[in-house]
Design a binder for this molecule. Structure first.
Ligand SMILES: *Cc1c(COP(=O)(O)O)cnc(C)c1O
Length: 391
């Protein structure tokens, strides 16, 4: 069909540059070892931090929910698609996060879009870290609010933006809790202090911190002892929680407002029973099996130490996200391909996901990896680096 020639040209250019990538389907379930192209490899690219995608309690909860409530809900939440289990789960989430209320959206992505696009008008300003997640950027694009960007985790730059913003009604500072491409943690205590000094609200996107940081995986706000001082916590149910969805943990006022004005909430169908039931079981697992989080951190320390001893540059991470910095885009992809030959699946991440010349193979260990598997992975990194003359 004609009409797409200009897109094909751009794709051809990407192929020439070595940045075009095919999707890579797993032939097995998600886990610490997966089958890809008929080969069993160690998985180091998933966000399945605690191995919950395959946890027996989540699967059992999903199966029972399907038996009792069916496969789908047939409506958006605001018309006929709210089941009691949706509300029960939100109560449980709010309690878990130590907030007044919580509201679930279809995904973390739509949570950011829904919250940012609905609560801000042209009387308000949003002040955003330059490396915030794409869904925050898109949410900001949907508001008529003033927009200010501060330098990555730079508190002086944030303070300058706050000083310029005095005339606005609501000033909202928004940051990732853990930055997904580098694994560093936002300096929340300093951000909250500045916010309090300048009368601003704080919104934290804890997609990579939920289930990872804080007591029982409550996230960065709890990790820093800031419960009650952060106005809006966004989380995902799609990463450590192992299923699908996003949520905002906040005040009853903002929850009520979002039920009326949050467009993804209003205009997109609610989660199927299996999803909600599995998410609810996942919160129980966080509360009752905290040893999974301990194992995640033990594995993180072991793997980071191993990479460092081999001489890799692993950036500034303070979390299980460990980037192995390569630089050149095409070399990054070749390193990832070489790792695959050695039995490790670790995807290259390049521009435009990260800045040009900052290509990296991003690894995330999980609670499911055995130390033998991680040792095996370290050997693969060493061999692949030797083949490509990287170290
Ligand atoms: C993954 C991610 C999201 C999106 O969450 P989904 O539930 O996958 O849509 C939002 N924000 C950040 C920081 C993320 O890392």
């Amino acid at each position: 069909m004609k009409g797409f020639e200009y897109l094909q040209q751009e794709l051809d250019q990407m192929k020439a540059n070595g940045t075009f990538r095919e999707l890579i389907p797993l032939e097995s379930k998600q886990g610490s070892r997966v089958t890809i192209k008929g080969k069993e490899v160690i998985q180091l690219s998933s966000n399945n931090y605690l191995g919950l995608t395959d946890h027996p309690r989540l699967k059992e909860a999903a199966l029972q929910a399907i038996e009792r409530y069916g496969a789908g809900t047939g409506s958006v939440r605001t018309i006929a698609g709210t089941l009691t289990m949706h509300e029960q789960f939100e109560h449980k989430l709010a309690k878990f996060k130590h907030t007044e209320a919580a509201l679930v959206f279809q995904s973390g992505f739509t949570t950011n879009q829904g919250v940012l696009s609905s609560m801000l008008t042209d009387q308000d300003v949003v002040i955003s870290d330059e490396l915030n997640h794409a869904s925050i950027i898109d949410g900001i694009r949907l508001t008529k609010a003033g927009r200010k960007i501060y330098k990555h985790v730079d508190m002086q730059s944030l303070e300058e933006r706050l000083r310029e913003s005095e005339s606005y009604r609501t000033k909202l500072i928004v940051t990732d809790g853990v930055f997904s491409m580098d694994g560093n943690i936002a300096p929340l205590p300093e951000i909250v202090e500045l916010a309090e000094r300048y009368g601003a609200l704080v919104m934290v996107d804890d997609a990579h911190a939920s289930g990872v940081l804080g007591d029982n995986g409550r996230g960065t706000v709890n990790h820093f002892g800031l419960d009650g001082r952060v106005h809006i916590q966004v989380g995902t149910l799609s990463k450590a929680i192992g299923v699908l969805g996003g949520y905002v943990a906040t005040t009853q006022t903002l929850k009520d407002y979002l039920i009326h004005k949050g467009r993804p909430f209003l205009f997109s169908t609610s989660h199927p029973p299996a999803v909600t039931a599995a998410c609810e079981a996942a919160i129980d697992v966080l509360l009752e099996e905290p040893e999974l989080i301990d194992k995640l951190w033990d594995n993180t320390k072991f793997f980071k130490q191993g990479l460092e001893q081999l001489g890799f540059d692993i950036g500034i991470s303070k979390t299980p996200i460990t980037p192995v910095m390569i630089g050149d885009e095409s070399l990054t992809h070749r390193f990832s391909d070489e790792l695959f030959k050695e039995g490790v699946f670790a995807q290259g991440i390049v521009y435009p996901t990260v800045q040009k010349g900052q290509g990296r193979v991003r690894t995330i260990v999980t609670a499911e990896h055995s130390q033998e598997a991680l040792q095996e992975a370290l050997h693969a990194f060493e061999k692949a680096a030797k083949t490509l003359n990287i170290l």
